[in-house]
Write a protein that binds this ligand. Sequence first.
Ligand code: ARG
Length: 465
Amino acid sequence: MKKLWGGRFTKGTDKVVEDFHSSISFDQRLYRHDIRGSIAHARMLGRQGIIFPEEADTIISGLTAVLADIEAGSVEFDVGAEDIHMNIEKLLTERIGDVGRKLHTARSRNDQVALDIRMYLKEEIYVTAGLLAGLEETLLKLAERHAGTVMPGYTHLQRAQPVTFGHHLMAYFQMFVRDMARLKDCLERANVMPLGSGALAGTTFDLDRDAVAAELGFARITENSLDGVSDRDFAIEFCAAASIIMMHLSRFCEEIILWSSAEFKFIELDDAYSTGSSIMPQKKNPDVAELIRGKTGRVYGDLMALLTVMKSLPLAYNKDMQEDKEALFDAIDTIKGSLLVFTPMVETMRLNEQAMAQAARGGFTNATEVADYLAKKGVPFRNAHEIVGKLVLDCINKGKSLEDLALEEYREASPIIEADIYDAINIEKCVAARNVPGGPAPAVVADSIKRGWEWLEDIKKNFRF
Ligand code: ARG
């Protein structure tokens, strides 16, 4: 088949090469963006008198018809036409004749592909941010319900100090707030229009780049033609942001997996979000959480692939960059798929509040409170720490908890201790007393939730989804 670029060639491409370098199998998902970009380009060419306005009109209606054909599923893409850009140009020319061959005036596939990916990514950032906002909303609602649900907080996966489930959820909320800011930031860098960069050195035609940017909804145009065609930072930034989101999801998933074990019994996943075993009839497995945890690795891989493809590439365009798409698409698909299933899984999981409270109670999570009690009565904290350490050891030997110790036992350890110690070590009161800003006290968490709702409102307004 004659190539669109075949003029200087005397021989066709080897079939093996054709299959090897064709990207149509994966870049066909850019067809809408490619056509929209071409329509804006053609309109501008007509308006600038670079082609006749009637020619621009014919091209635009031709492209609109090609779009309809693709959407109707009546188009078979041609591997020989290499990529989505040349496939569409070919379909256009088949439809409207030679005037279709004018579309590529003052344009290169290099600035065209840079445009298409940016348009595509911008859309997907909105979708991802919308899913993330949905998760944030779910976390706020759950945190509201559980601002007073006591559970142990952990360090080293050892019970440490009591917190609430609401506080725990709001920790994740904060992570996703930062993730949202990263997405917004990435959007800003993707929101720059590269058409007009040409192959690498711009064009001699008198283009109106700003008009194209405005028609396509870009905030501004790229400043440098070499950079315009060879920049893929925005794709790398998206994969980095997606990697961090996946990292956060994987931490949450790990906890969900632990919590649904018989050893913890803190939660039970809804049947709709768990799966069984083909051999062990009793099993109910947290596969969804495990899969998200596993898919985190894929997205890190996508990021690493992009960074490695771009490493050491000389300016400007190099064919290596065609490898950007599959990694980016995979990261986008994976993050969206993960968020789509994660949110309802969390929304529908059932809490075993009793098991949580009991775990908070039995494991000396209030030992710091006894030390604080002594410190507040003037005992230097290091001494208090020592005294309570011995008390805990005593408890372990006797198989008791701090709540079980008699007042005499406390007073043996330190005569300063009085009957109000029981109040001080009451788990609910321990949590309520941790009312420093940022702390787990229900009142403080309630404040944080309130600010969370305000943030969500704000994000919805200025992210426009
Ligand atoms: N399919 C190519 C890509 O994705 C389009 C740009 C091709 N440009 C070129 N000079 N071969 O990168």
